[in-house]
Write a protein that binds this ligand. Structure first.
Ligand code: SIN
Length: 288
């Protein structure tokens, strides 16, 4: 059932959930126009509640895309991937017709190998295939909540090592099979950080699992071999269909996801077609 958020100054915002706990379409906002403070709060509230929010039919210039993102924090310049020409703050994700791979075909939370991972990302579809190319997000709060009390207690005592070793290996192996540019400087070092396995979300105060297939290497003090079975179990649990929302893109669609309470996965099922996406990433804040 949808809910309306009214204001005397503009048309109401309609929130249409796609799943009870993750994913909602927001209607009634034209993101090419400056948003008033109430609208920004309504988007932020919906983001905290639904973890990823979607907008349809937004024809934004790169500047308008940036203006919208800046309402939610400072912008990160991505150290790994290339950008839209002339727009260093807008990451260019492109899969050409002949490419075999895209970026993001593995469950991940962006840049969790950074000491302060991003708060979220705002992805705008510029060109989409006629079918396929959906993106999926899973709810890491619900994933945590639906574990047993015993396992929750164990996980609350653990921290995990996140690094981009696998990302760099995949990028090197697929250099001729993907058109998304990886900056040559990205290969200079493996980036690594340690984070609690259960992270308390800064906005909602809710506990969320914070591990991923792409970047979690091991639990702190455990070998990788010891870590993988538990990690695999947590990833399988987190990505059960009930925890997942799947979004069908159209040109001008936007997804704004909370990187602290979700993982996402870009389906790679549209060979022979071009897909171009522009991503702006909003910086996170250091844990309190
Ligand atoms: C990403 O992982 O940021 C890419 C998502 C997508 O291309 O759908």
């Amino acid at each position: 059932m949808s809910a309306m958020i009214s204001s005397p100054h503009r048309q109401p915002i309609e929130v249409r959930p796609l799943n009870p706990t993750i994913g909602a379409e927001l209607h009634g906002l034209d993101l090419s126009q400056p948003l008033d403070g109430e609208a920004v709060e309504a988007v932020r509230d919906a983001l905290h509640r639904y973890k990823v929010v979607f907008f349809r039919d937004q024809r934004l210039t790169p500047e308008q895309h940036l203006d919208f993102a800046r309402r939610f924090g400072s912008i990160e310049v991505n150290p790994i991937f290339g950008h839209v020409p002339g727009q260093p703050e807008i990451m260019l994700l492109v899969k050409e017709k002949e490419d075999r791979h895209n970026i993001g075909e593995i469950w991940h939370s962006d840049m969790s190998f950074a000491p302060v991972p991003p708060m979220g990302s705002i992805l705008l579809a510029r060109q989409v295939p006629p079918a396929g190319g959906d993106t999926l997000w899973c709810d890491m709060h619900r994933a945590y909540e639906t574990l047993s009390d015993g396992l929750k207690a164990v996980l609350r005592g653990l921290r995990a090592v996140h690094n981009n070793r696998g990302q760099l290996e995949r990028a090197a192996a697929r250099a001729n099979e993907t058109s998304t540019e990886v900056r040559p400087t990205a290969f200079a070092k493996v980036r690594e950080a340690i984070h609690p396995v259960v992270r308390v979300h800064e906005g909602s105060g809710l506990p969320c699992l914070f591990v991923s297939d792409a970047f979690t290497w091991c639990f702190e003090g455990w070998t990788r071999e010891e870590s993988l079975p538990l990690l695999r179990m947590l990833l399988d649990h987190a990505t059960r269909p009930e925890n997942v929302v799947r979004f069908r893109w159209a040109e001008g669609s936007i997804a704004f996801w909370d990187n602290r309470s979700t993982m996402h996965y870009a389906a790679n099922d549209y060979h022979g077609h071009r897909r171009e996406m522009h991503r702006i990433t909003v910086n996170g804040t250091p844990a309190a």
